[in-house]
Write a protein that binds this ligand. Structure first.
Ligand code: ZN
Length: 162
């Protein structure tokens, strides 16, 4: 297991569409473990494979409070969505910045686990937001393209909240 280098905005790999995963071979398995390590090291909520420079449709998400419950999603696909939420969003590939993004408040996602077993995941609020954000990465889309009033420095946000 290893921590991988997180690609940042401006890197072309972040604008490309990732390829479907056909099987989880040992190389893919190592990638998944490394993505989880990298997510926790960076204290993020989610990470998509293109963020570590690999154009495969793999996402890891952990919205639990003590960050010990990673969800691995291979070839995730949004089946249904409902409602809306407007809130601040950040990205490990856009360090130090936040933007206001509207997302569905509920999504139902189909994906495969690391044994390539299909499962359904329903997410609300933060999990719904994370699922949409990470699946966007697999399609080469960064949240900054969806941010209503552009992106701001994180410290400006902290000042607003005081
Ligand atoms: Zn991101």
């Amino acid at each position: 297991m290893a921590i991988r280098n997180i690609r940042e905005i401006g890197d072309k790999v972040l604008t490309k569409v990732s390829r479907e995963v056909k099987e989880v071979d040992s190389k893919t398995s190592i990638l998944i473990d490394d993505m989880i390590d990298t997510l926790y090291d960076a204290e993020g909520v989610g990470l998509a494979a293109p963020q570590v420079g690999v154009l495969k449709r793999i996402v890891v998400i952990d919205v639990s409070e003590d960050a010990n419950d990673p969800i691995i999603l291979i070839n995730p696909e949004i089946l249904e969505f409902d409602g809306s939420q407007v809130g601040n969003e950040g990205c490990l590939s856009v360090p130090g910045k936040v933007g206001t993004v509207e997302r569905p408040n509920y999504v139902k996602v189909k994906a495969y686990d690391r044994d390539m077993k299909e499962f359904i995941l329903e997410g609300r609020e933060l999990l719904a937001r994370a699922l949409c954000h990470e699946i966007d990465h697999l399609n080469g889309i960064l949240y900054v393209e969806k941010a209503k009033d552009g992106i701001r420095d994180v410290y400006e946000l902290e000042e607003d909240e005081e």
